[in-house]
Design a protein around this ligand. Structure first.
Ligand SMILES: [Zn+2]
Length: 205
């Protein structure tokens, strides 16, 4: 999301950027807070959002979705992690997200690796900025690259334990703390997911 202050906001709200997502930190947090869902789910989403915002954590969709999946599962929710190509405004890229009861939860999308491009998080298929269903296409094709294929072949537990990225367990600790979830041992909890895999999400044939 890159716009000038007086442009119409790219989030689809039809407001001017300066009156909308220019102030994305507060606006999107408020959008999460007013969303009606189970408080535990909201705490996990807010905890993730706060981590990404405070640490300017870019990309990291594979890590964020793995962590959210474990936290949601530990709280008794039936989530799966999906991996596939996503198409947003003509951009197509490999991505991981949460599927909860068939609906997309995608917080990592807010801080992409493309410098300066910020996209409102998606909760249950809706943009936290507009509150409307997003038109992004999740799982648009078969063509994930080699890196994404490696992530797909690795269990969620091993991904987080395996040091694919530096400090993933430390990230999980912060997000869990933000969401008021405590574990006797994070390592042991994560190890319980060493046979849980992402699902490849592809376009309907
Ligand atoms: Zn906006």
């Amino acid at each position: 999301m890159k716009a000038s202050r007086n442009d119409i906001c790219p989030c689809g709200s039809e407001k001017k950027y300066k009156k909308c997502c220019w102030n994305w930190r507060e606006k999107w947090a408020a959008g999460i807070d007013k969303y009606e869902c189970d408080q535990d789910i909201k705490d996990i989403i807010r905890g993730t959002y706060n981590f990404i915002t405070e640490h300017d954590y870019r990309g990291g969709c594979h890590t964020i979705s793995a962590i959210m999946h474990i936290l949601l599962t530990e709280k008794g929710f039936n989530s799966v992690v999906r991996l596939g190509e996503v198409q947003i405004d003509g951009m197509t890229f490999d991505h991981s997200w949460i599927d909860l009861d068939g609906k997309v939860i995608d917080i990592a999308i807010m801080n992409t690796l493309q410098d300066g491009i910020k996209i409102p998080p998606v909760i249950f298929g809706k943009s936290v900025s507009t509150g409307k269903q997003v038109e992004y296409r999740y799982g648009v094709s078969q063509n994930i690259d080699e890196t994404a294929q490696r992530v797909l072949n690795m269990s969620i537990g091993n991904y987080l334990m395996g040091g694919v990225e530096q400090g993933t367990l430390a990230i999980m600790r912060i997000i869990a703390e933000n969401a008021n979830i405590s574990f006797a041992s994070i390592e042991e909890t994560v190890r319980n997911y060493s046979r849980v895999y992402r699902l490849k999400s592809v376009a309907p044939v």
